[in-house]
Design a protein around this ligand. Structure first.
Ligand SMILES: [Zn+2]
Length: 461
């Protein structure tokens, strides 16, 4: 699944209780295998190893109850629907889920829940699902989609725990190999998820089974393999959990079709009030262009990205030179390192400009950073937004209205995605820009006869 796959908190407690299990082994168990696991499935599980599945109670007795034990898992529909509900009767549909009592209560008490997922402004789909070459199917824009626009807001078909629920006792843990414990965990998780799958309406079961599965030889079954291939992490988690533990993953009919790119033109976010996953454009997407998101941290070095993509069956991501070409990888990795660890902060100059130098020569580091971020296709990252904001403030200070407008138009869309609110309209008009803080600061200094480079520390970050 996209981002994070670890054991449950229950398994963790067992790990901690076990005195004979070496720490390194416990750590290894918490990562599931992918690729080809020899003798995967039954072959790895010792004969007579009994599953505790039947002893677990996670069938919901009263769907409207929010009083479940916070740590007990229940299978439930979100939002609640009647037993005979049809997908066509429920606007936005519903997700069949397995949730802890804590998470179920949290969802149902979220302000505004269950809001309807948002539709595109004109009610028309902005995309189609179609062939994407060696990647299988993908999502394609059917018209120009502007940065900041919502491409799709979709309620998942299924929400699953993003963890195996290992029932291996501390004693057994010490006796079994790491792979055996993983395989037992996978088998148990599979039984758990089969219950959720069986509750899904037939149309969704069919759509779910049509999704890609890159986990066919590692012990995952038809359901868990598809969860691992297509799930997107949600915004809620079990109580007392941290890191990748206690998380949940959403499997959607259309969003799960979106392919990966290390230079993505869209990003996704989870919304509990509408119980939906929302995908927004982070730069303009042309009609016919494929919509992509990053399955891994797009700011990580190429080798780390490549490793993170293997569980999705992506062995040779070639989304651009910084992914596939050795020279490009060197440049791309160096740039990403700086994007992550050396944020550019520009200060007003302390010395007069040299003769013949442009008045904005001191802004060069921020301009260069901005160009590099665009060259790497990383418009959706915070550093892009932050750098553009600095440039807007700098050019307000320099009273260069056209440049302010230029950078404002560049981050207007991505601001909506990152900040979840509209970009201040004032930066789009000369009057608004003249009223801005830095423009006014400059104006006051001019009136007082203070030159621009007078040594008063002004940071534009
Ligand atoms: Zn790539």
């Amino acid at each position: 699944m996209k981002r994070g796959f670890l054991n449950s908190s229950k398994a963790k407690q067992q790990n901690e209780q076990s005195t004979s299990l070496p720490v390194t082994k416990a750590k290894l168990v918490s990562k599931l295998s992918h690729g080809v696991v020899p003798n995967a499935g039954k072959g790895q599980i010792p004969k007579g190893y009994e599953s505790g599945f039947g002893t677990r109670k996670f069938f919901e007795l009263n769907a409207t109850s929010l009083d479940y034990d916070p740590d007990l898992y229940v299978c439930t529909a979100v939002p609640l629907v009647t037993m005979d509900a049809k997908l066509s009767d429920v606007p936005g549909g519903w997700a069949e889920c397995v949730l802890s009592g804590h998470v179920k209560r949290m969802i149902h008490t979220t302000p505004g829940f269950p809001r309807r997922p948002l539709s595109p402004a004109n009610g028309k789909k902005l995309y189609r699902i179609g062939e994407a070459g060696s990647k299988g199917l993908g999502m394609f824009a059917t018209r120009l989609i502007r940065a900041g626009e919502i491409i799709i807001d979709e309620r998942p078909m299924m929400v699953a725990t993003a963890s195996t629920n290992s029932i291996v006792s501390p004693d057994d843990m010490a006796k079994l190999s790491v792979e055996q414990i993983r395989q037992i965990g996978l088998r148990e998780w599979g039984k758990f998820m089969k219950v959720v799958f069986d509750r899904m309406p037939p149309e969704n079961q069919k759509a779910f089974m049509e999704l890609a599965n890159s986990h066919t030889q590692d012990g995952s079954d038809d359901i868990t393999g598809r969860i691992r291939t297509n799930g997107v992490v949600t915004g809620f988690r079990d109580r007392n959990s941290s890191g990748a533990q206690g998380r949940y993953t959403a499997i959607c009919k259309d969003i799960s079709r979106i392919n990966h790119s290390c230079r993505p033109n869209a990003s996704w976010s989870w919304h509990t009030d509408s119980f939906s996953l929302r995908v927004c454009a982070v730069r303009d997407i042309r009609a016919g262009e494929e919509v992509t998101v990053a399955y891994c941290d797009a700011l990580a070095p190429a080798s780390e990205r490549a490793e993170a993509l293997v569980p999705y069956g992506i062995y040779d991501c070639n989304c651009g030179p910084s992914c596939s070409d050795p020279a490009g990888i060197r440049i791309g990795d160096k740039r990403r390192d700086r994007f992550r660890f050396e944020p550019v902060v520009v200060f007003a100059p302390h010395v007069p400009p040299k003769v013949g130098e442009a008045p904005d020569a001191w802004v060069k580091p921020a301009l260069r950073r901005f160009r590099e971020l665009e060259a790497e296709g990383l418009e959706g990252c915070n550093e892009y937004h932050r750098t553009a904001y600095q440039l807007i403030n700098v050019y307000c200070f320099l009273q260069d209205v056209e440049k302010v407008k230029k950078y404002a138009s560049k981050i207007k869309g991505v601001h909506r995605v990152i900040e979840k609110k509209e970009f201040p309209a004032s930066f789009s008009s000369a009057e608004g820009i003249e009223r801005s803080q830095y423009y006014q600061m400059s104006e006051m200094r001019k009136k007082a006869g203070i030159p621009e480079y007078e040594p008063i520390l002004i940071s534009f970050a």
